[in-house]
Design a protein around this ligand. Structure first.
Ligand code: FAD
Length: 540
């Protein structure tokens, strides 16, 4: 009599790929070794409840939908398929364990607090059902737990310290995709499939995207196939890779000046470990190459740095209760926040970036710098948490650790403290796009403005504005703040907030604190920034 096969489940969450996926490979190998004993079901749990608390814009839903379709196709090529299970993990696993006679569940570990809680609950359910659980760390190159252990139980809080710790660690082996499953391993239809044959099919776009009018151009399609293609293209010019320096890339080129691998790394369509390995191979062939923090390898390591820092702080995405974050009395200005989020601040460079983000789901790192600084310490004095929320909704690459970490950096709340270095919303964009082509593309109202005033339309006379077909206050907003004035006020506010934070941290009174050379340096640095800004000013 044939013995009923036991099921091996791999649970995809991030890590939506077949290459370099140790948790998936584990169950494929096990099934291949004993094809008469096991059957394999790779699953993805689509939890509709996630919509209640997670901000996911239409473009990111589309990215996920395309990714799932691509994953299903890749698994079919390996003689398996993707099973989409709808519901909350804690609700669906008990019945899956029983219905499928499950022996083993594997998944990739995750550091996000909601995921840690969810995974613990699922592991408890598994134990109660006699199901073994194996987990693997493969979303990052280095396991944050190991980095922290190596750093005597603390996450390194500077990038340099982080580099010195990981230099001593062994790199993981990068895996190829698993072997094709032998015929006959495939599970027979369960009761639900017999009732409804498409019950585990991938979702359609309209099942996921509730507001299709918010879908923008599909510039970066989701999925592992596209991720690997993009990786090959990005690394094809080895000279470019070896000489890459982030500050020399442009925030406002019409086509991306960096790799745009971030959405693929975020969903795990692409393994960071594979990218690292490919970069190492190239750098070996080009011994004279750029170095972290500005090199391409350095960019990947920033990702690792933030992941490690975030792994030990469940409040990483908020100001209160976050051990890394300075407490700053930001103001509430819903009107300004809305203008920023929708590209209506009256500063064309800022508005162009925010509109590109809304349409395409990706903006360059330095463009993120510009708008993040503008929202927080630079101009609007609005909390970084608000900006983080808008990015969370609009970015294809939205990532809990990276979004929060970078917002804290830009708002000078953690990791970076030179709050007196403020980006000019006028001069910064001009440096890499004198003619204003980027602004013309994303703020078409200003298309007829000449290069001389496209970054500062308020410098055009009313007659000129009429001639250029865009009158301020009617066709395009007046600027909501005057940068020249507010950024200076905000530096003072920052300085005061820093003093208070230091008092709280050191327990000293203000007159006891050595404010070191900060204010002197501030003055000098600021003068340099402002000079840069004023020389960049041009008459219309
Ligand atoms: P490349 O320059 O080609 O770099 C390669 C990879 O390195 C990126 O794909 C990314 O995974 C990693 N990387 C690069 N820069 C950083 C960085 N500063 N921090 C961490 N990892 C980095 N990145 C996200 O992936 N998700 C986010 O939610 C996110 N939010 C951000 C919010 C703000 C306010 C800022 C200033 C930056 C944010 N970043 C975020 C970091 C960075 O802007 C993007 O990773 C990068 O622009 C992605 O483009 P790319 O793939 O072309 O990068």
């Amino acid at each position: 009599m044939a013995v009923e096969r036991r099921t091996l489940i791999h649970w995809f969450r991030k890590g939506l790929r077949v290459h370099d996926n140790p948790a998936l490979t584990q169950i494929f190998n096990k099934a291949e070794a004993s094809p008469d004993k096991f059957t394999v079901r790779p699953i993805f749990v689509l939890d509709p409840g996630i919509l209640d608390w997670m901000q996911v814009g239409a473009n990111r839903w589309r990215f996920l939908q395309q990714t799932l379709l691509d994953l299903d196709k890749s698994l079919k090529e390996l003689n398996s398929r993707l099973y989409i299970v709808r519901g909350k993990p804690v609700d669906i696993f008990p019945s899956l364990f029983d219905r499928w006679n499950v022996e083993l569940l594997t998944f990739e570990t995750d550091i996000e607090p909601y995921a840690v809680k969810r995974d613990k609950a699922v592991q408890d359910i598994a134990v109660a059902h006699g199901v073994k659980v194996d987990t693997h760390c493969s979303h990052t190159i280095y396991n944050p737990e190991i980095v922290i252990a190596k750093n005597l139980g603390k996450a390194p809080i500077t990038y340099q310290k982080f580099l010195s710790v990981v230099e001593t660690l062994k790199l993981p082996k990068v895996l190829d995709k698993p072997q094709r499953l032998p015929n006959g391993v495939q599970p027979i239809a369960d009761a639900l499939e017999l009732e409804q044959s498409d019950v585990y099919e991938c979702p359609t776009l309209d099942q996921l995207v509730k507001r299709p009018q918010e879908l923008g151009i599909n510039k970066f399609p989701g999925g592992e196939t596209e991720a690997l293609r993009r990786l090959d293209t990005s690394l094809s010019d080895e000279h470019w890779v070896a000489s890459f320096e982030k500050p020399n890339t442009s925030p406002n080129s019409l086509e991306p000046s960096t790799t745009v691998l971030s959405p693929y790394l975020k969903f795990g369509c692409l393994s960071a470990r594979l990218v690292h390995q490919r970069l190492q191979e190239i750098l070996k062939r080009h011994p004279k190459h750029s170095k972290p923090p500005v090199s391409l390898m350095g960019q990947l390591l920033w990702r690792e740095f933030y992941y490690t820092a975030a792994a030990v702080e469940p409040n990483f995405d908020r100001m209160l209760g976050n051990a890394y974050c300075l407490q700053i009395p930001w103001q509430e200005r819903p009107d300004h926040l809305d203008a920023w989020a929708h590209g209506r601040t009256g500063y064309p460079f800022i508005d162009a970036i925010m509109r590109q983000l809304r349409q395409e789901g990706w903006i360059h790192h330095l463009a993120r710098h510009a708008v993040a600084c503008f929202l927080t310490r630079g101009d609007l004095w609005i909390s970084w948490e608000e900006g983080q929320r808008v990015f969370e909704q609009l970015l294809l690459d939205q990532d809990w650790a990276l979004n929060a970490g970078n917002w804290m950096w830009l708002s000078a709340s953690a990791f970076f403290h030179q709050y007196f270095r403020v980006y000019s919303p006028v001069a910064f964009g001009k440096k890499t796009d004198r003619t204003g082509a980027y602004v013309r593309k994303y703020v078409p109202e200003l298309a007829k403005y000449p290069a001389g005033c496209i970054y500062e339309p308020w410098k055009a006379t009313l007659a000129d504005q009429r001639e250029f077909g865009c009158v301020l206050g009617i066709d395009y907003p007046h600027r909501i703040v005057n940068h020249d004035i507010v950024h200076k006020e905000n530096i003072k506010r920052m300085s005061a907030a820093y003093k208070i934070n230091r008092q709280v941290r050191t327990g000293k009174q203000e007159d006891e604190i050595d404010y070191d050379t900060m204010s002197l340096t501030n003055g000098k640095r600021n003068a340099r920034f402002e000079t840069e800004r004023s020389t960049a000013k041009r008459k219309c």
